[in-house]
Design a protein. Sequence first.
Length: 258
Amino acid sequence: MDPNRWRLDGQLALVTGGSAGIGRAIARELLGFGADVLLAARDASALESTRAELVEEFGDRDIQTFVADVASDEQRRELLDWVEDFGDGLHILVNNAGGNLSKPATDYADDEWREIFEVNLFSAFELSRYAHPLLTRHAASSIVNVGSVSGLTHVRTGAPYGMSKAALHQMTKNLAVEWAEDGIRVNAVAPWYIRTRRTSGKLADPDYLDDVLMRTPLGRIGEPEEVAAAVAFLCLPAASYVTGECIAVDGGFLRYGF
């Protein structure tokens, strides 16, 4: 067996929303496989704290950060200009940044639901397009989009969030086919409830938690590292024949039956 199939040595990865939760876990996983990692997020202090933590753990890897709100097209362009300055192109793009505001459909103001689309969907589409020239500098490269089971079924997140994630999954399929000839594989992961700061409020309600666990065959909440492992697999040379896929990281939630 060629051990390089399970390594990312010499590869450069960009992870958006990389300062906490799933994004930070993805960065750590990619670093563990040998990649150098560029992190982007809005919160400068959280970003620097995450970088310091990762540098302490992976002192031999190159870890850089860029403060950007990917909901802003101007800042998306600035981010990719910064990546291009590294001079070697890009091997991996992980579109992880996302957000939500959960309300009944009739209660959203126009700017509220449009912002959800800007962060969850349009940023991923534009960053993928802007990164395309950098990704094609290598014979094989990879994009992984962090979707959600909300894009596959109703899970009380609010309609705009589910709509944006469903569109992200479809974008994954379209780009996978369109860019296959360019050597770019495009895949997605779809997490269920994962233990992060964003989910802590809802999961603190014992009745709601019981409801979630009752619908999760594995009977527990997922960990960020479990999503990160799926993302890393999709980036590895070992996954070189996998493209256009959406892997649910959901403890069996989508397969649940009475």
